[in-house]
Design a protein around this ligand. Structure first.
Ligand code: SF4
Ligand code: SF4
Length: 422
């Protein structure tokens, strides 16, 4: 397929990684990373229980403590060079950390309204759309019938390995919650999209409702993006807001979060993440508490301090390089990628040679090389280019033979455009 990249060589083909549970921490930093303003319900010295609401944003959306312990202080740290975030520092009291959330025995009797309330009250956010609360995706469909319910099992980004592992390990959980959602919303057209893997397809067919269609698609990046999958499946363009087309799409990880909230009665306090790259000796898939420090995770995976050149959060294509490993796992973190010298291979950018490769790989058909010469003051010109179409996939920068900083330029141009629009 044109305009897509294949990273299968940077991924594990077989399901030979297991999810490890890693909760042994001294201190966590719970990020207040969703909105500018939060109401914080605790103060210095207060005791906090695992699963307790410690803050809410201006929309009343909650943030939970992922551990039990003492509220130490609020700290502020740079996340990107132009962005600071506040965190609640908690010293972990391991006595109470094995708190058991009593599972909801009568979950099958929940009404749609009660179901949506749980998704909201338990702080669930969408895996793909990072900070979109999941309840909103359901709610925006209102009482209209959902035409297609699509479960997105694609993970085409380089270095990410967790989705297939999770599907194999958590299939019983998926079966329970998917059956429940199908019944509750009376869904008929249900599709599961996975990478072209026959073994996985047969595994899903043998465990899930026979009416669910399993569709295999090429392992190409960035096909996992919602609007690109839809374009691939239905052979026509849809607007980014899929709810307008009565399509509900959720990732397997979001479905697992729904299982935890609805059936296990557990709020959003933990995350499954991939740790990968040649900067760690032990690439892993880990279940960690929200707010766990990246440094603790890297040490657990035997981080080569002397060889590691760059740490990236999320994915090598779309993620952010971070410079402070005291930063924690955020609610939207998918992966920690530790790259060594060979993997980063930084060559200073030299002059664009107009090869056009960046245009050929753009799934949105944008000419990103044109953005390079734009100055941030040229607001009229910036407005003319359709930056909103850019899905920040990073393909253009990855393919560029002269290492032009295309993604960074697009980031600042988009930011400028936001300021102009305000
Ligand atoms: S890929 Fe790089 S060198 Fe080639 S046209 Fe695009 S910006 Fe220029
Ligand atoms: S980052 Fe934007 S401009 Fe570059 S390839 Fe992806 S969609 Fe196109």
């Amino acid at each position: 397929m044109r305009n897509f990249l294949d990273f299968h060589y940077l991924k594990k083909e077989k399901n030979d990684i297991e999810i490890e549970h890693f909760f042994d921490v001294e201190e966590v930093l719970i990020p207040l990373d969703f909105q500018e303003e939060y109401s914080i319900y605790k103060q210095k010295g207060d005791y906090i229980h695992i699963g307790e609401v410690i803050a809410k944003d201006i929309n009343n959306f909650p943030i939970f403590s992922s551990v039990s312990g003492i509220f130490i202080e609020i700290v502020e740290k740079f996340y990107k060079k132009d962005k600071k975030i506040k965190f609640i520092k908690i010293k972990v009291d391991k006595k109470n950390n094995k708190a058991i959330f009593k599972s909801r025995k009568n979950y099958e009797k929940l009404t749609k309204k009660e179901f949506l309330k749980i998704l909201k009250d338990y702080g669930l956010i969408d895996f793909n759309e990072k900070y979109t609360p999941i309840y909103k995706k359901f709610k925006e469909l209102k009482d209209d019938k959902i035409k297609y319910f699509i479960i997105n099992g694609l993970e085409t980004e380089p270095y990410l390995n967790m989705t297939n592992t999770i599907i194999y390990e958590k299939i019983e959980e998926f079966k329970k919650i998917i059956d429940f959602i199908l019944k509750l919303f009376k869904l008929e057209n249900v599709l599961i999209i996975i990478e072209n893997n026959k073994e996985l397809s047969n595994f899903l067919k043998s465990h899930l409702d026979k009416n669910i269609i399993i569709k295999r698609v090429p392992k190409l990046y960035p096909l996992q993006k919602e609007n690109l999958i839809i374009k691939y499946l239905f052979k026509k363009k849809y607007s980014r807001d899929l709810t307008k087309h009565k399509i509900l799409m959720l990732n397997f990880l979001s479905i697992l979060d729904i299982y935890n909230a609805v059936i296990e009665n557990k709020p959003f306090i933990e995350k499954i993440i991939t740790v990968n790259g040649k900067g760690v000796e032990k690439p892993s898939v880990l279940l960690v508490p929200l707010g766990m420090k990246i440094k603790d995770i890297l040490e657990y995976c035997f981080y080569y301090n002397n060889k590691c050149r760059q740490i990236i959060l999320d994915s090598a294509m779309e993620g952010e390089a971070i410079f402070d490993i005291e930063l924690p796992v955020f609610r939207g973190t998918k992966a920690i990628i530790a790259l060594n010298e060979n993997e980063t291979e930084k060559i200073k950018p030299y002059k664009c040679i107009n090869c056009g490769k960046c245009v050929n790989v753009c799934p949105m058909n944008l000419a990103s090389l044109k953005f390079l010469d734009l100055s941030l003051n040229e607001t009229e010109k910036i407005k003319k280019y359709n930056f909103n179409k850019c899905i920040s996939c990073g393909n253009c920068q990855y393919i560029c033979p002269t290492n032009q900083p295309l993604r960074e330029k697009i980031y600042y141009l988009k930011k400028k455009l936001e300021e102009v629009d305000e």
